[in-house]
Every structure is written in structure tokens, then in C-alpha cells.
Write a protein that binds this ligand. Structure first.
Ligand code: EPS
Length: 402
């Protein structure tokens, strides 16, 4: 039932990454800089490896945008991999004469990493070299997702919706974020090397990253993603695949290394009584977006019955530690099935700060999809008319007046 669709293509050390995003209405003001800003944010974060010093991700629009406005046609985007120049011989799409007769190409990976797609992918796709799997399983692909998400963010911003994130846990250290969160959430989070709002915890997290690096180990963590300014009624209770919490959950769990998602207080809700969980409702004239009501708390994370309530959507996303360890775990050599140490390719100690930016992109996509589903329209003007008419009607309910 999707109204927006996107697909990505590209290997980590191939020539480029490609995104095609379809369904964006015509007339949205859009420049490459909008996308590049988010691509740069995704490249930040203490604990990344040397690859991030090589890449300077920027987008080229190949279609769907003209003179700074969307056309309503599919938007194709290209992000070149600078590292390609170092990998051409290994990643060349054409067969190379000098490799003829070799069972395996150079830099072949035959000692699969526990926790990675390497082994399962090799068996499923019937390959001998796990590079044929890991090049696509690499989190480099998330660059292309962030490009799609940046356009969705630009669309939502036209209607006053803002999406931000911050890191709340890393490698065993909890952050104590301020309450309420800063209004300019990303400006505050982006000022931190780990995108966290607790400077004390940040110092401890950095120490843990340094220790993990020395030990050849890796660390996971949790980011909180928040969307504000949403109108009541995106998504639907009527069918399982229209429920917005399910759509958000699927999008988040598709991010590499993400193993868990919580909406609002999440698993904590299961431990409490109903009186300690549900958000009481009060009349609040002047809040057109929410139907002139307010929830006294937002433990539901802005979603009730699979629909937005108009309160902020709050989602926590948990990422496991990266599966490439410089002090490798035990595995097998695939050619012989003998015990071996897993491959230890260049990688990051942690990428949780980047994951927060990726989770923003996925949330932006799901919300923009639900927005276009609710309000329809081939142009931004049509979308706006439908949006404004709906809000005017909602505002007439529950004593909001005209
Ligand atoms: C990744 C390994 C590293 C990361 C990469 C994801 O790359 P390389 O193998 O070139 O050292 O830097 O992330 C990115 C390139 C990126 O843009 O985020 C992996 O194995 O998943």
C-alpha cells in the first residue's frame, strides 16, 4: 500500500551507490545540499574507522529534479565511492585476465565472521568468496537510505514536521538526557562526538570505545528518534499492514545490526499496570494538529491504535556491536571446514551515532509515506490543500471553534 517507494543499489567498494525514490509530489523545493547535509551527519561519530576519512559523500541528482524543484517523477541519486579507486581490480564488473584460472579472486574472504551475513549468504547464494555477500551487507548501503530519507525530511518539513535523534546508550553506559529535550534536537546532538546530550556519559563512552579499540573489540548502543509536528491520524487501525507502529518497526529492524525497537516506553510498559502506562487525555483548545486535546504524558510514543496521536513519535532503536572484530572470534575456513580465526577487515569500533541518523532517515521515509497516503496529491499544492482542509475539520471537533 506504499505511496512512496525507494530502492538502493551498490556495493561498499564498488563505483557508487544509487537510490531511486518514487512518489514524491511535484513542486517540492529540493537541492543537493539538503541531501548532502544529512550524508555528512551520517559520516560523523567517534569510533568510526579509516574509511570515513576517505569518503566525502555528496549526491548527484540523475532525475526527478529540475531547477531546484521535484517533478513528481522518480528521483534517482548517485553517491560515488571514493574508495573505488583502491578497489577497482578487486571489484571490477568485468573478468580480469590476470585472475583467470584462480579459484578465488584477491582479497577473497573465506573465514566468515560470527554475527555477519558472510556464512549464511555464501550458503544461500552459492558463492565461494564471502566478499560477494559482505560488499552488499556492508552498512555503506545506508548512505543511499539517508539520501532518500533526506528528501522525505524536506517534504515533511514543509508541513512543520521535524525529525531528530540522540544517542542514549553506548557500550554499557547510559546517558541521562535533559527533560524536556532541546527544541533543536539535532543541533544539540550533532555538537557531540557521539551525538549524546549527556557530556558526562559521553566522556565515559569515549573511554569505553578507546578500550574496545585497544582490545580489538566492538560496541553497540541505543538511539532515540523523535518526530514532532505530526497531525493526528497518520497510519490506520483497520488493517495490520497499515498500522504505523508496525511499519516503523519493520523499517528500523531493516537497518544493519539493529536488533530491537521500542515505541514510547516500549518493554517497560509490560512491567507496569495500566494506570501507570496509559496517557491521560485533557481538553487543549488551540491544538489543531491533535484535535484540540493533549496527552498528559507520552508513554505511548505518539502512536495509539497504529495511528499518530499528534504527540511526538518517540522510537528507541538498539544496535548490536559490529561483527568485524580486530581480535577475531573463532569460525571455520570455508574451503576445508577446519577451525580458524574470522577475517579481520578494516572496520569501525562502533557506528551507533551514525545509526541514529539512519534511523531518522527510515522514520522520515515511513512518515512521509503515511503523509502522502493520508493527504494524497500529485503536487505539493494539492497535498497542502488536502492537509489544510483535514486539519481545519479536525479543529472544528471538540470545541476548537473555527
Ligand atoms: C563496514 C566497514 C567499513 C565501514 C563501512 C561499513 O568500511 P570498510 O570495509 O571500507 O573499512 O566504514 O561503513 C561505510 C563505508 C559507511 O559509509 O558507513 C561494514 O563492513 O559494514
Amino acid at each position: 500500500m506504499a505511496h512512496l517507494r525507494f530502492t538502493t543499489a551498490g556495493e561498499s567498494h564498488g563505483p557508487a551507490l544509487v537510490t531511486i525514490l518514487e512518489g514524491v509530489p511535484a513542486g517540492l523545493a529540493l537541492r543537493a545540499e539538503h541531501v548532502d547535509a544529512d550524508l555528512a551527519r551520517r559520516q560523523q561519530g567517534y569510533g568510526r574507522g579509516r574509511r570515513m576519512q576517505i569518503e566525502r559523500d555528496t549526491v548527484e541528482f540523475l532525475s526527478g529534479v529540475r531547477a531546484g524543484e521535484t517533478l513528481g517523477s522518480p528521483i534517482a541519486m548517485l553517491v560515488r565511492n571514493r574508495d573505488w579507486s583502491n578497489w577497482q581490480a578487486i571489484m571490477d564488473p568485468a573478468p580480469r585476465e590476470e585472475d583467470a584460472g584462480d579459484a578465488l579472486r584477491r582479497r577473497a574472504v573465506t573465514r566468515p565472521r560470527p554475527g555477519h551475513a558472510d556464512l549464511t549468504g555464501v550458503l544461500k547464494y552459492d558463492r565461494d568468496d564471502a566478499r560477494d555477500i559482505l560488499e552488499r551487507a556492508s552498512a555503506r548501503e545506508t548512505t543511499a537510505r539517508v539520501a532518500a530519507g533526506a528528501i522525505c525530511r524536506t517534504l515533511l518539513a514543509e508541513f512543520g514536521v521535524a525529525i531528530g535523534s540522540h544517542l542514549v546508550h553506548l557500550g554499557g553506559v547510559d546517558a541521562q538526557p535533559p527533560e524536556p529535550l532541546p527544541a533543536a534536537l539535532n543541533a544539540a546532538a550533532d555538537a557531540s562526538a557521539l551525538r549524546t546530550l549527556d557530556a558526562h556519559a559521553e566522556a565515559e563512552m569515549i573511554a569505553r570505545i578507546d578500550t574496545a579499540k585497544r582490545e580489538g573489540n566492538t560496541l553497540g548502543g541505543i538511539c532515540e528518534v523523535v518526530a514532532t509536528g505530526l497531525p493526528v491520524g497518520l497510519g490506520s487501525h483497520v488493517s495490520w499492514d497499515r498500522k504505523l507502529d508496525g511499519r516503523i518497526g519493520a523499517a528500523m529492524l531493516s537497518i544493519p545490526a539493529v536488533k530491537g525497537v521500542e515505541v514510547g516506553i516500549g518493554f517497560e510498559a509490560a512491567r507496569r499496570t495500566g494506570a501507570q502506562v496509559h496517557d491521560e487525555i485533557e481538553h487543549a483548545p488551540g491544538r489543531a494538529r491533535t484535535g484540540n486535546v493533549r496527552r498528559r504524558t507520552n508513554r505511548a510514543g505518539g502512536l495509539e491504535g497504529g495511528m499518530t496521536s499528534g504527540e511526538p513519535v518517540v522510537v528507541r532503536v538498539a544496535m548490536k556491536p559490529i561483527s568485524t572484530l580486530m581480535r577475531p572470534l573463532q569460525t571455520i575456513e570455508m574451503a576445508t571446514a577446519e577451525p580458524a580465526a574470522a577475517v579481520a577487515e578494516r572496520s569501525d569500533v562502533t557506528a551507533v551515532p551514525a545509526m541514529g541518523v539512519i534511523a531518522e532517515a527510515m522514520l522520515a521515509f515511513v512518515l512521509a509515506d503515511a503523509f502522502v497516503e493520508k493527504f494524497g496529491g500529485d503536487s505539493i499544492g494539492e497535498l497542502r490543500r488536502n492537509h489544510d482542509a483535514y486539519l481545519a475539520h479536525v479543529n472544528r471537533r471538540l470545541g476548537g471553534g473555527d
